[in-house]
Ligand binder design. Sequence first.
Ligand SMILES: [Zn+2]
Length: 440
Amino acid sequence: MININRWKILIIVICTIVILSLAIFFIYFHNLNENKTSIPTISSISIDNIADIIQENKAKLTKYYIYGTHFNLFATLDNVVFEDVNDLKPYLILKSNGNEIIKDVIFTYSNNTLKFNLSNEINMGINLEELLAEKYYLLLCVENTKTNEYNYYTFENTTEYNNLEYYTLSTNKNCNKIDLIFDSDITYIEGSVLVNQNEDIYDIVIDAGHGGKDTGAINGNYYESYYTYKISLELKEKLESLGLKVKLTRENIEDRPKEYGDNGRATIPNKTKSKFLFSIHLNSCEKGLGYNGVEVYRATKCNNDFASLLADNIVKYANTNYSNKDLEKYSNGVYTRNFTEEDIKSMDDDAKIGNYEPYNITTDTPYYFIIRESGGMVTSAYVDGRNKDLEKNDFYNSNSVVEAYLLELGYINNDKDLQNILNNQSGYVEGIYQTILSIL
Ligand SMILES: [Zn+2]
């Protein structure tokens, strides 16, 4: 009896030592990690008491939007006193119970006012796809690098816009819903797990250019509208095999959708809360110009990487070449076309003839309607119903919009391009598919 009791005590003592050692080890390691972080963290502060550390004055949100998969914001903070602007370092922090995302911001400081934004590129900022199903508080942290003092602020929404909702890209037709919520006390972004099988929510919209009586460009018996549909359908099926939800703007080969209104090409992507829009076209030019190859058009203020990868992959997998056109070219195969002064004058003349107030178009406004109008306020969409000849774009002023690309896959009136499109359709599809695959 005595022996058994001694063994029991010994085991208890050993277990206690092991547990205590592990605890000490974890605490030590945790501190080590904390010390490594050079950017200020508020990890030591309990998320339950977050309201206690926030300053009374709030940063005023002057603009915010979702373009594609990214969230961007512009804000102002008054009454920030810094003698030397070099001591001022602001950050944006998303803080949840277990996670913290810290972003540098672009800022200016004058007259005790800090103005900042996440990115000057519309498809950059916070990648909403990276958020977990948690509640993240959205905070501005202002560091004084001289005194190592940190102040935290929440946001006050001073825009005409309200809460935003976002659906992440689907995996096997399921996705998460993310809400941006302007509470009167503190702004937060909350992710939740959602089963998305019956809802009319999509990931990607493919717009097969032209259709019906609008054949698009022609070379003999070859019609642009026929090939844009075939390519779009093949791309749709390939993307669906990944579990993505994909919608075509054209139901069939004869279909010719409107541009705006309820089922318009530019409105379907936002109605279905899609993240990406690819508008598929074949090009044509005057014979003497001799243009050929791939042109990817994107919105002007977009980061170029994705567009560039699209062009690279189409050239690689379709075994074709970048377009040899220099006009509006940004990088190999990537183009941005905006209104020119001449275009603007012609639009103003149209408004006079149509007897409506001219649109507010600048040389920063994207020329192609599919890129401009699908991007709502982010890309200066303007079809607001004032011109009675055009149906209203229901999302012209929306701040939660799709990221759009117009793909001119080749010149139908160039024999080499046409032969490649006829014989190597799957190569073009593969190029686009591989680019989308790279962001999943
Ligand atoms: Zn076209």
